[in-house]
Design a protein. Sequence first.
Length: 317
Amino acid sequence: MLTADFRDEIAKDDSIDSFSVILCARESLPVLRVFVEHYQRAGAEQIFLYIDDTKEVSDAVAEGLKPYAFVTVKGCDEAFWKEVYPDEDVPSLQQKQFALRDGAIALNKSDWLFFCDADEFIAGDRPIGMALAQLPESFPGVRLQNSEAVWGPDDDISQPFGCTYERFRFSRKQRRTKIVPMLVYGKDWREMVKGTAGHSLGKHFLRRGAYPEDSNSHYSKFDGKRIPYFPSEICEQHNWRVVHFDAISLERWQEKWGGRLSGRTNNGNLGDSRIGQGQAADRAFQTGKSQNLFRRYYKVNTWQKFMLMRLGLLRKT
C-alpha cells in the first residue's frame, strides 16, 4: 500500500540516508501490522512502538509483531502515565508524545528519526532517504507535508484503508475568502474550511542526536524556531509526502470519536474546525446518523471530485 518495496535499492546505495520511526499508538493489531509492513517496505531500520493501552493489550501486540524483528514494542499503561504526569487524569496525546521523545532519540541509531501516528504513511516514487540525503547539515530536522486519504464516489467505506484518493488542503487565500470551501462542502464548509478533515501540518524527522527545545508530532523547535518543510524542489522530484488516514474505516472513526466525546481520550488543544466536527459528531451519534456524517467528511461525491480535481487538490492514490 502506497509504496514499492525499496529495501533492495537502499541496500545497494550507500548515498541514501537511513531512518527509523517512533509512534505512540492505541490501535488494533491488524492496523499496526499494516503500518509495520508499510515501513518495512519503505526501508525503516527500526520502529519504536509505544502502546498506549493496558499491559494485556501491549503484550498481545508485542506477541503479534514478533515476526518483525526491527520493531520494539513498549507498553504505556495507566500506571506508567500516572508516574509521568501525576497531576493529569488523562494526559493528551501531545503530552504523551513529548514524554517519549528523548528516550527514542537516545535509542535511534539511524541518520534520521521520523515522528508520526499509526494512520500516517510516507509515500513517494523513490526511498525517502534520497530526499533526506539532500538536506544540508545545518538542518537538525525537517517537515514533510501531508495529504489526506479519502474514499471516492465508487469506493466502499466499509473497507479499512479502502480509500483510493488523496485530497490536499486549500490555500490560505481559498480558506480566507471561504468561497471555495462553501462551493465544495456546502453546509459542512466550516468543519472543512482547511480542505481536509484532519490536520494539514505534516509530520517531521529529526537528525540523529538532535534534541529539540520543544516539539510535538508535527514539528520541533530549535532556537525558538520551527524546523522548515522540505524544499519543494526536493519533494517534487519523486512525489514525497505523508498520506494521513484520518479515518481508517467507518468503524474505527466511530470508535475514535466515541472515545473523544466520552472523555476517555484527551484531545489536547483543537482548532475551530475540529471542534465543529466534534459537535457535529455528537449530534450524529445521538440521532443515529454517524454514517451519514462520515460520508460527508471522508467520501467525496461526484461534484466534489470534479471541483477538487479542477483545483488540483484531489488525485488518485
